[in-house]
Design a protein around this ligand. Structure first.
Ligand code: PLP
Length: 389
């Protein structure tokens, strides 16, 4: 009989996937379903980026690239980060950057501090490495952010990494420069803790953005910055992400990557080079569209009975508290997952329950959807919730 490895223990089918599958099943039965579940921009990849990929393929850039990435792309990423080529690793999506880093550094029993709510993948990769995810709840009243005190309390002699994500999926919270410096002060006193700063939503920030590495130069030799092409340039399918960090870490990550994938796709790397060297006007334009959707969505959610949503400063998710709809405070639902099931079946709207991100009592709505879809889905939700309130 099939026997999964110990490292697979606790890995379940992601709740996000389960919701999408349920939505697909209802659609197949002929139901009209609006899904606000996925985490990718609805915009197309800009055509000049596609043209650059085409050109590179026709020019013969169709072979293995160096494991750590093409020199041209690594240099371009390094230049933007004031770093060097040897400090940059290009991978098959930001997800693989994170997997490489954790595979290269974690031993069984090591601890990784993860402010919660978190992107589901963090805890799952930690689990695959047979390490321990130390989740620290950061509820809405804390702005969904980790405070220096909370960090201090979570650190033990076995802590290896702090995983930060700003702007955050799912909460949209963005750490200010001062907040980063306050966390950095705690980390300076704890030299055994490394920092993985996932900044994949950097270009989808609606106010100021602060990068961990730039605000905490004293921690440079133990900071890994994660970024990529997926979200900013609508390139989720091209699978390009990168890590910027100290050379020994980058070399170890490249060694892992060399055995798992040999490296990222040559054509996609040419496309990513065109993306980061391209005009930023389109990024700003798209960001402005997302910002106006954000404002509409947050206002609509706050007008619904039982939901409370703070304004996300970045990314494209609204993470609303549904405590007012849950038992025993008066609402009819047992849990956030129960509410999401009901919304899908009754209103035909797919959201992801907060429990998928480690923080029950919330729902995540992605607003990377067209205005028409947003209007339709939001009015269905409002009607359904009015009926039961
Ligand atoms: N980091 C965060 C916080 C994300 O939300 C995502 C995608 O959902 C990723 C990383 C992964 O991006 P990529 O497509 O580059 O693997």
């Amino acid at each position: 009989a099939f026997r999964p490895a110990n490292r697979m223990q606790g890995l379940a089918l992601s709740e996000i996937v389960q919701i999408s599958e349920k939505a697909a099943q209802l659609r197949a039965e002929g139901r009209d379903i609006v899904s606000f579940g996925t985490g990718e921009p609805d915009f197309p990849t800009p055509p000049d980026i596609i043209a650059a990929a085409h050109k590179s393929a026709l020019a013969g850039q169709t072979r293995y690239t160096p494991t750590a990435g093409t020199p041209a792309l690594r240099d371009a990423i390094a230049a933007q980060a004031n770093s060097g080529r040897e400090n940059v690793l290009v991978s098959t999506g930001a997800k693989q950057v994170i997997a490489n880093a954790l595979m290269a550094t974690l031993d069984p029993g090591d601890e990784v501090i993860i402010p919660t709510p978190y992107w589901t993948t963090y805890s799952d990769i930690v689990r695959i490495c047979q390490a321990v995810a130390v989740t620290v709840p950061c509820p809405m009243d804390e702005g969904f952010k980790l405070s220096p005190d909370m960090l201090e309390q979570a650190i033990t002699p076995r802590s290896r990494w702090l995983m930060l994500n700003s702007p955050s999926n799912p909460s949209g919270a963005v750490y200010s420069a001062e907040e980063i410096r306050a966390l950095a002060a705690v980390l300076e006193r704890n030299p055994h803790v490394w920092i993985l700063s996932d900044e994949i939503y950097e270009h989808l920030t609606y106010g100021d953005f602060a990068s961990f590495a730039a605000e905490a130069p004293a921690l440079k030799e133990r900071t890994l910055t994660v970024n990529g092409a997926s979200k900013a340039w609508s390139m989720t399918g091209w699978r390009i992400g990168w890590g910027i960090g100290p050379r020994p870490l980058i070399a170890a990550m490249a060694a892992v990557q060399g055995q798992f994938t040999s490296g990222a796709s040559s054509i996609s790397q040419a496309a990513a080079l065109a993306a980061i060297q391209g005009d930023t006007a389109l990024l700003k334009e798209r960001c402005a569209i997302l910002k106006s959707r954000r404002d509409r969505v947050v206002a609509a959610l706050n007008a619904m009975p039982g939901l409370r949503c703070r304004v996300p400063e970045g990314a494209f998710y609204a993470f609303a508290s549904c405590a007012g709809l849950l038992k025993p405070e008066g609402g009819p639902f047992k849990s956030d997952a129960d509410l999401c099931r009901w919304l899908l079946e009754d209103a035909g709207v797919a959201l992801v329950p907060g429990r998928a991100f480690g923080l029950p009592g919330y729902v995540r709505l992605s607003f990377a959807y067209s205005d028409a879809e947003l209007s339709d889905g939001l009015s269905r939700m409002a009607e359904a919730l009015k009926r039961i309130s």
